[in-house]
Design a protein around this ligand. Structure first.
Ligand code: 2NL
Length: 457
């Protein structure tokens, strides 16, 4: 059985030198043991036994044994704390024994004296309360329904009081109870407002402190190029559209005049998704052209769109290759669009993008979806056309591919190829960014190294 004697036998030193909570728990156990013993003993009218056991014989009563076995044997760091706990326990027990002893009062004056003692003890206790927890403990100690001091006084003083003093005892008890309640309440208010004051002081903003600098970050160079190119084509009346990165072979190849086994598929080897048996396979788009086809399916000319986005081709990464890159493709279809409109648009774009001094030239090329097809070159932005390492001494730099839309493509989207004509182009965003900023390694775009990225802030 875990009696108070067992408890006392175990020194606090076992607890570890820093644990005040463990010390408090021990004292709370002792207090609970006392309350239980007193409750049992009072019913049998044996309160004196309890008093003798807990307080009387010097050095042998429980409180003195707690002092020597717990407090004195406790490491120095905890001793002061344990001493306070013991002091509290002594007061607690003293008051309860006092309230349990029959009232030795023949006159109302002596009744007053007895109650005054309780009141002094209470006032002292409540003055020592510094927080809501302390107050809660005191509130239960005094007002607790089963073993609070007020209840003990009611049982032990009021109930057995002689008729001559009963009225005075009742009145004094009511006054004490009212005092206890009011004092607890006002002390609670005091503690709360003090806590609020401290919190306010702590939380007050000091407007003279320097602000917190939050790094803003910057747009990725590729994003900057996207936005620059979009701005140029928006100013020409184009609309920006985007679409899925997962496509069907029909939109990525067939509708663009690239049938199966066409050699143009060779350099567009790409990533196919596993499809359920019998279902059409899906692939990662190799260019953003599928979205132009989708737009033409939905919309009759005039069409003026650019389609920015990610595209994928199976490739081994190095300074000039990656398995993913960014494209902006453009498409203009209307009645009477000629190669001349195409040239004018290309020149306007290149001058807006690289500056007014840059000249352009067109070289014949091949794409399955355009006829004729061209490569657009610009005079080298690094040497002004004189010849340097970047342009391999030619004075020209290849910018992008383009051409007049092959009439075969119109067949797939139900456009009348006799009525409508147009041009299309495909810009590599990495390449154009590289030219503008003289970046020599494609992989730098995707490594997220802030030393690289900060240069474009
Ligand atoms: C390049 C060249 C090009 C197109 C893309 C296109 C789209 C449709 C119809 C006709 Cl729907 N053409 N796109 C045309 C010429 C060139 O891209 O070097 N891309 C990185």
């Amino acid at each position: 059985m875990n009696t108070i004697d067992d408890l006392i036998a175990r020194p606090l030193a076992d607890l570890g030198a820093t644990d005040t909570v463990a010390v408090s728990v021990r004292f709370a156990q002792a207090e609970a043991a006392f309350v239980a013993e007193l409750g049992r003993a009072s019913k049998e009218g044996r309160w004196e036994d309890i008093r003798d056991r807990w307080m009387r014989p010097q050095g042998q009563c429980i409180l003195d044994r707690i002092d020597s076995n717990w407090v004195q044997s406790t490491p120095a760091t905890l001793r002061q704390y344990a001493q306070l706990e013991l002091q509290r326990l002594r007061a607690f027990i003293g008051i309860r024994l006092f309230a349990s002893a029959p009232l030795q009062a023949e006159t109302s004056d002596s009744v007053e004296g007895a109650f005054k003692n309780l009141r002094i003890a209470f006032d002292k206790e409540i003055a020592g309360c510094t927080d809501a927890t302390d107050l809660g403990v005191s509130s239960i100690a005094w007002l607790g329904r089963t073993s609070g001091v007020i209840k003990l006084v009611g049982d032990n003083w009021l109930k057995p009081a002689k008729p001559e003093v009963k009225r005075a005892v009742g009145q004094a008890l009511n006054e004490l109870k009212a005092h206890v309640e009011a004092a607890l309440e006002s002390r609670r208010a005091e503690i709360e407002s003090a806590a609020e004051q401290t919190a306010l002081a702590r939380e007050r903003e000091d407007l003279s402190l320097p602000g917190v600098v939050r790094p803003l970050g910057s747009r990725h160079p590729l994003r900057q190029t996207f936005e620059e190119i979009e701005r140029i084509f928006l100013s020409l009346g184009y609309t920006v559209v985007s679409g899925p990165e997962m496509e069907t072979p029909y939109y990525n190849f067939e509708a663009l005049n690239i049938p199966e086994h066409h050699p143009a598929r060779d350099n567009m080897d790409t990533f196919y998704m596993a499809a359920p048996l019998g279902a059409a396979p899906l692939l990662l788009r190799t260019h953003t052209s599928p979205m132009q086809v989708r737009t033409m399916e939905k919309q009759k000319p005039p069409v003026r769109i650019i389609v920015p986005g990610k595209v994928y081709r199976r490739d081994n990464p190095d300074a000039t290759h990656g398995f993913m890159f960014h494209q902006i493709e453009g498409l203009a279809v209307d009645t009477g669009i000629t190669f001349c409109d195409f040239k004018g648009t290309v020149e306007y774009f290149v001058r807006e993008f690289l500056g007014p001094k840059v000249k352009t030239r067109l070289r014949p090329s091949y794409f399955p979806f355009t006829e004729p097809s061209v490569e657009v070159d610009a005079t080298c932005v690094f040497c002004g056309g004189k010849g340097c390492n970047v342009c391999k001494q030619s004075g020209w730099i290849e910018l992008f591919g383009a051409g007049m839309v092959d009439p075969a493509v119109y067949g797939f989207v139900n456009y009348d190829a006799k009525k409508f004509s147009g041009f299309a182009f495909g810009l590599g965003v990495e390449r154009l960014t590289q030219l503008k900023y003289n970046i020599n390694d494609l992989q730098l775009y995707f490594q997220n190294d802030v030393r690289f990225l900060r240069q474009f802030a």
